[in-house]
Design a protein around this ligand. Structure first.
Ligand code: FAD
Ligand code: DLZ
Ligand code: SF4
Length: 507
């Protein structure tokens, strides 16, 4: 009798821990397209298409490598629609002596895996996901006894562990972090590299038809679907980024330009998160570009920090804070997210750009997520659970372990400051500095009150005023409060009235 190894939709790697030591002749790999997973939120159509196509291609690759793969398609008439139901059917089909599986990426699915041993009466070996650089035990060891869990210190541990950009236990160039050289405003002359496009093959076209028919009521568009769906294609995207994006990655990390969604970003997160690319290998490639003199230290250090710093840190934190993290609501925010988050129809040009491209491609870069759509949501006092669900459904790279800490913690400050030391809020001035959006907006970024005033302005000051008791003691907010308190009383009143009218209009 064989060993049964279920492979989940974000475990599309050849070097998965569950496959270690397995004998292809005595193993059945099980892959499952199931309704529970396509439907636990209303995922963007392109997100479902990407995941299903990548799963089908990965099954082919596994077969080519000599594995026996039992693959259940979404439209299988006998499907039970859930991981557990499908594993149960597979146990019936193959009568395995045991199940081996790599730990799931989220609490919801991890609970399913844990129930299997009792349910099926055979041993279930749940192995750690070794595609991450830090084990959960390492993160816990770092986190225990610390008052503050700041990414920067965890990052240094990961630099030491991997040896990336290290010279005898010292950081390359003498500093750990070169952000002071980064974050330049939107470029006037530099033209971003052309995004690579991957034409859909037969498998992808079949999936696109399936998704168009079945998920018609989900947000987003499938037009122009051009994501990589195999490890080889993803590797090409990685090489294109290393050659053309990385050299300016640091400089323009926070810049935004009308009609440009990739800029100098990698757009590799979907592939890293579902297993087509290995995060550490990408960091080694980037380090190589620095060593060969093709990319500057500020860019390469910045890129590596996003991956072995931020990405590892949010993952450690996700398991550390527990499943009820999703209920945090430090700012007592309860507003519904406006309907234009699902249509992109708003006069605010920055929002229309970020939302429009998100609905078109299921991707937006970090600053759009944080300082445009996220900023607007926290300023209007949107319910963090609503915001969380929107990000989870709309982005192609969104799995709960990475989305939740970024949204609830970093963006909405709903955890009261575990991840961020201050809320990421800004007026229109920040967006104007970092982008070319305001020039073609119906609103005037310089005005605080009146019909034409940029909504971010009054909302920003009103946010500070609303939460004065919570934040006035925060040193990183001191300058903002000084500016607020320096404003004439009548101006402050007018700004708050403007915000109140605006928020009423959203009801
Ligand atoms: P690049 O700018 O090229 O960055 C390089 C890589 O670093 C990314 O591919 C990604 O793997 C990693 N990275 C960078 N920042 C983060 C971060 N904050 N957390 C984790 N990894 C990071 N990222 C997701 O992968 N899934 C999400 O669901 C997600 N939701 C987010 C929600 C909000 C509100 C915010 C502010 C950020 C979110 N991020 C998320 C982080 C980040 O925005 C994306 O990883 C990034 O935009 C992906 O595009 P890219 O590959 O071009 O990134
Ligand atoms: C997100 C997703 C979707 C849309 N569909 C599937 C699927 O049909 N089959 C599958 O195995 N996984 C899918 N996933 C990913 C899972 O929901 C989940 O995020 C991961 O398995 C991590 O626990
Ligand atoms: Fe956005 Fe305000 Fe600029 Fe318009 S003026 S693009 S709303 S920041």
């Amino acid at each position: 009798a064989p060993t049964l190894i279920p492979i989940l939709g974000d475990q599309l790697s050849m070097n998965l821990s569950s496959l270690e030591g397995a004998d292809p002749k005595r193993t059945v790999l099980l892959m499952m397209e199931v309704e529970d997973e396509t439907g636990y939120v209303r995922h963007h159509k392109a997100k479902i298409a990407y995941i299903l196509s990548a799963m089908r291609h990965h099954a082919e690759a596994l077969r080519k490598a000599g594995w026996r793969v039992d693959y259940v398609k979404l439209d299988d008439p006998d499907s039970t629609g859930s991981f557990t139901g499908e594993v149960a059917r597979a146990v019936g089909r193959h009568d395995p002596t045991r199940i081996v599986v790599t730990q799931a990426g989220e609490w919801r699915v991890a609970a399913m895996l844990e129930a299997w041993e009792t349910m099926f009466g055979i041993p279930v070996d749940i192995r750690p996901d070794t595609r991450f650089i830090a084990s959960q035990a390492e993160f816990e060891d770092w986190a225990k006894d610390r008052k503050e869990l700041r990414m920067e210190f965890f990052y240094r541990l990961m630099r030491r562990k991997t040896g990336l950009l290290m010279k005898d236990d010292k950081p390359e160039g003498g500093k750990w972090n070169y952000d002071a050289d980064n974050r330049k405003p939107a470029p006037k002359k530099d033209v971003p590299p052309e995004p690579l496009k991957f034409a859909p093959d037969t498998i992808t076209r079949e999936v696109l038809t399936l998704v168009a028919g079945r998920f018609d009521n989900h947000p987003g568009s499938l037009d122009g679907f051009a994501y990589a769906v195999t490890a080889e294609e993803a590797q090409k995207q990685a090489e294109a980024f290393m050659a053309h994006g990385l050299p300016k990655f640091g400089d323009y990390q926070d810049a935004m330009l009308t009609g440009q969604h990739q800029l100098w970003h990698s757009v590799l997160s979907p592939y890293i998160n579902s297993g087509l690319l290995d995060p550490l290998e990408l960091c080694r490639m980037a380090e190589g570009e620095y060593e060969d003199g093709n990319a500057s230290l500020n860019s390469v250090e910045g890129y590596i920090r996003q991956i072995i710093g931020w990405r590892e840190y949010v993952r450690g934190l996700y398991w550390h804070v527990g499943p009820d993290y999703v209920e945090r609501n430090f700012l007592r925010a309860h507003r519904k997210l406006p309907g234009f988050y699902w249509t992109g129809e708003t006069d605010m040009h920055c929002m229309a750009q970020a939302l429009g491209q998100t609905l078109d491609t299921a991707h937006a870069h970090h600053i759009q997520r944080l300082m445009v759509t996220g900023n607007y949501a926290i300023l209007i006092g949107a319910d963090p659970v609503e915001v969380h669900r929107w990000y989870l459904e709309i982005y192609i790279d969104a799995y709960e372990w990475v989305e939740l800490p970024n949204v609830v913690g970093m963006s909405q400050f709903a955890d009261g400051g575990i991840i961020a030391s201050k809320p990421y809020v800004s007026s229109g001035a920040y967006i104007n500095r970092m982008s070319d959006y305001c020039g073609s907006c119906r609103y005037d970024v310089k005005q605080r009150v009146g019909e034409d005033a940029c909504p971010f302005n009054a909302l920003y000051w009103d946010f500070l005023a609303r939460h004065e008791e919570r934040f006035e003691g925060n040193v990183r907010m001191a300058m903002a409060y000084r500016n607020w308190n320096r404003m004439a009383e009548a101006d402050r009143k007018a700004v708050r009235a403007q915000a109140a009218r605006y928020l009423e209009g959203l009801e």
